[in-house]
Design a protein around this ligand. Structure first.
Ligand SMILES: [Zn+2]
Length: 475
């Protein structure tokens, strides 16, 4: 059995062959090139976004676990209608505005134990690559201009619609066009370059001043980081059409070579059975959940452990179940740590462990079947617990099992969950806040202030709100 993924482009499961050339050994492949559509940095990312980012993390971690090398880029969209609007509203530069949310984004990533990827290109630093693609598309007659803006004419690109498999009529009647309000030849055409409007940032180019459309940003950043065809492109299913369809049209139109070998898309996240929306009151950012006292480890566990091609119904109840599963793991770790018997590694434990790893790989190789992989893991925990019950567990066995757990956790990232690298530990913060409240009630203001200062020294700011005391990370 080999690693297989469901490729949105072909609509079937395919064996994963990086670079398109089959090799005898995994170690012989060049690094797997991955591009993931990243955040638009105008606010706090919500847990639907994090489902996709945690999937990207699982993908790269599992590839490394299997022995592949990984070269992964996730872009930052730092110029679009929302970022420009936000910066103008606050009267600060686009750069200052987006820097703030980029920092917040990376803090959140760290809190969830999501690995940093090799490249985080910013759209505003990739303008030259956009100019190059647009010029090539102009030479090949894919482009027309209206009122200083440039459009891609999709009737010129015959493979348009191959990824989303929408026929032309469906695309026409679909409600989700580009929201750009410009005059186009065909309603399906999309904007490559927008003419400057008053109060908006713009760049000078050979085809006039303006700013990029959203789709061209990703095509350009893929080209800038990787040069040519990449192995894997990921994103949420809502990006299949039109965003990814348009990326293909731009990149393949400009360079006459395959853009992406495997397209992998993550299904929606629902909250309490419905689409998340602020008006329904079921909209959560990561920080909303941390404020409510849920641990980032449980959030990671819940978002990671349902298959990426199934809709995930997120509930607070589900987070409690996740906490219980993690408590079982913690109790197991305490138990195996508590052995004192001196003996050689039990052959039964060696066999059991090796079989577990084989079965885990079988499950995960099947399109990252995490539920299957997790099932194998809990079976293994159960078997080891039984051996401990029988008194058959030694210090050597413990070291052997710990080694297996560390290897598996290089994929899961929730067994030995590091307290966030910024030292943010929601539980500890909450207990200090509670202590401070108690001190205030007892009119021990010296102690209350000392606690507040201690938190402040750790970069945590307290705010007294009507709902009680809230905390946030100092910028
Ligand atoms: Zn993108």
């Amino acid at each position: 059995m080999a690693l297989r993924f469901y490729n949105t482009y072909s609509g079937v499961m395919e064996e994963f062959i990086p670079s398109g050339m089959k090799k005898d050994k995994i170690q012989d492949y060049p690094p797997v090139t991955i591009y993931s559509c990243g955040p638009t940095v105008y606010g706090y990312a919500h847990i639907g976004n994090f489902r996709t980012f945690i999937f990207n993390d699982l993908l790269r971690r599992y590839l490394k676990f299997r022995g592949y090398k990984v070269n992964h880029a996730m872009n930052i969209t730092d110029v679009d209608d929302k970022t420009i609007e936000g910066a103008n509203r606050e009267g600060i530069s686009l750069r200052d505005y987006t820097d703030r949310y980029i920092n917040i984004f990376f803090e959140d990533i760290d809190v969830l134990n999501i690995e940093r990827v090799e490249h985080n290109p910013r759209a505003t630093e990739s303008i030259n690559a956009m100019i190059e693609i647009i010029q090539r598309l102009q030479e090949r007659n894919f482009v027309y201009s209206r009122d200083g803006s440039l459009y891609f004419s999709i009737s010129k690109f015959h493979k348009y619609g191959m990824l989303s498999r929408l026929d032309r009529r469906q695309i026409r009647s679909g409600a989700r066009y580009d929201a750009d309000e410009y005059e186009k030849d065909d309603v399906r055409d999309f904007v490559l370059w927008k003419s400057p409007k008053n109060g908006e940032p713009f760049w000078e180019t050979p085809f006039g001043p303006g700013r990029p459309g959203w789709h061209i940003e990703c095509s350009a950043m893929v080209r800038q980081v990787f040069g040519g065809t990449i192995d894997i492109h990921t994103g949420g299913v809502d990006l299949v059409f039109p965003h990814h369809e348009n990326e293909i049209a731009q990149s393949e139109g400009a360079y006459d070579e395959k853009f992406v070998r495997y397209w992998i898309h993550v299904e929606h996240l629902l909250v309490d059975g419905a689409k998340m929306s602020k008006s329904k009151g079921n909209f959560y950012t990561l920080r909303d959940l941390l404020d409510k006292g849920y641990s980032p480890r449980a959030i990671r566990y819940l978002l990671l452990t349902s298959h990426y091609r199934k809709q995930l119904n997120f509930t607070l109840e589900g987070l409690k179940t996740a906490e219980n599963a993690l408590a079982r793991i913690d109790n197991f770790l305490v138990r195996i740590d508590d052995v004192k018997k001196n003996a050689e590694v039990d052959p039964a434990i060696r066999t059991l462990s090796q079989e577990f790893v084989v079965h885990f790989i079988e499950q995960m190789d099947d399109d990252l079947n995490i539920s299957g992989g997790l099932g194998e893991f809990f079976d293994y925990v159960h078997s080891i617990n039984s051996l401990i019950d029988e008194g058959r567990f030694s210090i050597a066995d413990r070291d052997f099992v710990m080694d297996i757990l560390r290897r598996i956790d290089s994929v899961f990232g929730f067994i030995f969950f590091k307290k966030a690298s910024h030292g943010i530990d929601a539980e500890r913060i909450q207990s200090l806040i509670d202590e401070r409240q108690k001190a205030r009630k007892e009119k021990d203001f010296v102690r209350a202030d000392r606690i507040r200062d201690e938190l402040l020294a750790g970069g945590i700011i307290l705010e007294d709100t009507r709902e009680g005391v809230r905390w946030k990370i100092r910028q």
